[in-house]
Write a protein that binds this ligand. Structure first.
Ligand code: SF4
Length: 406
């Protein structure tokens, strides 16, 4: 299924984080952050591999002390994706991170405040061609800006913080910059990014900070990030969840795929909401299917439908689907019935056909099917169900009649 987006992206400059381009016409990237101690090299590398497998293009690790910087020196050459060092309070940590060989730095202007220190870091980064993210955070805004903007965090104050920091980099001719203006308040964050996007053409890193645990954290992050992406704003994204970071990477990847901003790598599982016609426990089968496909890279839209009466029609645009009826599963590919299986083999059959299609293509899948027989069997079960349930299984017709009688 074609999931290409028609979103017109705002033109930004392009920088390179390791070998991953960010900004310009490059694909929007997914980022996440490790939760291990960076000095624990093996544990951190293990998490980086899990994050990369879940869809992260770039991973950030904290560089909060010299042990962490030394850990980075061992992690970077063994990492499957570029590594960003997160530096907060000490500019010397930024210098140590650059020396460790990281692919990018993240600096918080609210915490590293002396222009001389910022310039020293920019110079060292420039020498090694290490890009820097200016990471403004609503919660740690410079006190002077906070006061200047009426004692509160406003989009204007956050943008001013980013632009002031940017001017220090400009002074030393350092242009390998990307910027974020994150806040935990979704509206504030969205407005800050909108204003920033008008004020600069540096690539933007999107995120709702401290979004919290799922599902609330997922909802807040999606609300903020997706709103901006739909406006064409944003070059790289991170979900900040209070959860296993693998969930962040998966969510980021899934959002980009759902918006058609990245090629589909994983399945898009759709399922009917179930109703009076359902022949199976749709929730249970859909959840079994979700688990069965979880670690498979299958770029298809797959439907689990509760009944053969309406399922194949309602999901005719899916690449592959299955609908229940008369204790059997009716499999369909691109809206055409291709096979009938026992009800308890529905998920297993979906997986087999999905793997076959991914490997051999749709034509080969349709060619091996006895479509005439599958269509006949589906029609038989459809009629049987209609005979048992009637045309009005959801009583919508009777409700309409009641309305008309009022
Ligand atoms: S009509 Fe069938 S496919 Fe549609 S919601 Fe009901 S059970 Fe699901």
């Amino acid at each position: 299924m074609d999931n290409t987006s028609s979103i017109e992206r705002k033109k930004t400059r392009q920088i390179l984080v390791g070998d991953v381009p960010v900004g310009g016409n490059s694909p929007i990237t997914v980022q996440s952050m490790t939760t291990t101690k960076t000095s624990n090299v093996d544990a951190t590398l293990q998490q980086i591999y899990s994050l990369a497998a879940a869809g992260a293009d770039i991973v950030r690790c904290t560089c909060n002390d010299y042990e962490a910087a030394e850990g980075l020196a061992q992690i970077v050459p063994r990492s499957p994706v570029p590594i960003v060092a997160d530096v907060h309070n000490q500019y010397k940590m930024a210098l140590a991170a650059i020396a460790s060989g990281v692919d990018c730095l993240r600096l918080n202007p609210g915490n590293i405040r002396k222009p001389a220190h910022i310039k020293a870091v920019a110079e060292a980064a420039g020498e090694k061609s290490v890009p820097i993210r200016i990471g403004v955070n609503g919660g740690s805004l410079h006190p002077e800006l906070y006061e200047k903007h009426g004692g509160k965090v406003t989009p204007e104050a956050m943008v001013e913080s980013a632009l002031t920091e940017l001017s220090y980099f400009d002074e030393v001719g350092f242009e390998q910059v990307k910027i974020s203006v994150k806040a935990s308040n979704v509206s504030l964050m969205v407005e800050a990014y909108r204003q920033l996007s008008m004020a600069t053409d540096y690539p933007l890193h999107l995120g709702v900070t401290e979004a919290g645990p799922p599902p609330t954290g997922l909802i807040k992050s999606t609300a903020g990030i997706a709103s901006l992406l739909l406006e064409g704003i944003g070059d790289t994204i991170r979900y900040s969840l209070t959860a296993d970071p693998v969930q962040e990477a998966k969510a980021g990847r899934q959002l980009l795929e759902a918006l058609g901003l990245r090629e589909r790598k994983n399945i898009d599982l759709i399922a009917c909401p179930s109703c009076g016609r359902a022949e199976i426990d749709v929730y249970a089968v859909a959840s079994q299917a979700q688990t069965a496909f979880e670690n498979k890279q299958i770029p298809l839209q797959i439907a689990v439908m509760g009944c053969v009466v309406n399922g194949p029609g309602e999901a005719r645009d899916a690449d592959l689907g299955i609908a229940a009826g008369n204790k059997r599963g009716h499999l369909f590919v691109k809206g055409q019935n291709v096979a009938v299986v026992k009800e308890d083999e529905m998920v297993e059959t979906l997986v087999q056909w999905a793997e076959f299609i991914t490997e051999n293509g749709f034509e080969a899948a349709l060619a091996r099917a006895d479509m005439e027989k599958a269509q006949k069997e589906a029609e038989k079960d459809r009629k049987k169900l209609l005979a048992i349930q009637g045309e009005d299984a959801n009583e919508d017709g009777s409700r309409v009649n009641l309305i008309r009688e009022i």
